[in-house]
Design a protein around this ligand. Sequence first.
Ligand SMILES: Nc1ncnc2c1ncn2[C@@H]1O[C@H](COP(=O)(O)OP(=O)(O)O)[C@@H](O)[C@H]1O
Ligand SMILES: [Mg+2]
Length: 356
Amino acid sequence: MFDQSTEVCGSPVVSGIMSRRHQAFAGIITANPEMEKIFHVIEKVAGTNSTVLILGESGTGKELIARALHELSGLSGPFVPVNCGAIPDNLLESELFGHEKGAFTGAVSSKPGRFMLANNGTIFLDEIGEMTPNLQVKLLRVLQERVIEPVGGVKSQAVNVRVIAATNVNLWEKVQEGSFREDLYYRLQVVPIELPSLSQRPEDITILANHFSNEYAEQNSRRPLVFSPEVLQVFSRYRWPGNIREFENLVERLTILVDGDAVYTEHLPRYLCEQSEADGFDWRRSELPEDGLDFNSVVDSFENSLILQALERTGGNKKAAAELLNLNRTTLVEKIKKKGLGQKRDEEQIQLKAAR
Ligand SMILES: Nc1ncnc2c1ncn2[C@@H]1O[C@H](COP(=O)(O)OP(=O)(O)O)[C@@H](O)[C@H]1O
Ligand SMILES: [Mg+2]
């Protein structure tokens, strides 16, 4: 088995136990400082009635955070999730606010909406960015006046509901485009919580791998998997577009498919290793100095170094260098000119020749 003290991307490889300081807060596992800050926000806001807007890529744990907020709120009512993106437009209004008997074809009896079901609890409006302008106006009214109007009804009904919304799209961009109401945007994001993507949480890879490995081992009555250092390295380099959901699903699949206890890179799907190789450069290894740095000049010299290396490798062929950096040729040429790198490279070549 692997040397249990091996350091991979700063995290010791462990199986079964979690060796690093980490937080498990309402089922949310993390060792990431940004996430820990979010826990403090949750603690502060949970007991209030303020609307919270949770932002983050798909699979980053938005619903988990919303449930944590509800659990800590002490509200007596239920947590009612609504996926605004998954319910057809014409049904969403009655789903949210309910309808009276005969309000539309098929409305054989009256039905309470999810707002009413969530009375004295929390409604979680997921994928809020998908809501049509017509419904956005109605939601704004509910948020402001705390009353709902069922479809086909004449009387408003008072509701006491905590509203949490979430989106994986850039809502501010939608406001600028005119497809999301600015007044609703401000009304929703009284307290915004922005979740980092998994690739921005390198310290979470090992603890999440072990957490899910334990969980699925128990479910499948087997011993937890142990991940080789190379596998953890692939995990920490992969982009994880589906974030923690994608990671969890992979660990579940490996738990079922891997015969022994140990997971090696050959057990991983090929795309995972390929993308990880393509992104083989690991910028996360650069550490921010104790006393800070000059951001622009560091980024500038980093760019210079990559461009010079690409030119070096391609013998000065700008088209090939641009391909190596996945840049447009014209973009690269402009950068070289602006940064005076053509000249720098010639000087370096002369020095190199002289040294030989
Ligand atoms: N920090 C975390 N610790 C443990 N499990 C997590 C964490 N974040 C997300 N998950 C799990 O990942 C999956 C996706 O989370 P979810 O909250 O549905 O994401 P989102 O709503 O952002 O798409 C769920 O199974 C959830 O339990
Ligand atoms: Mg979700």
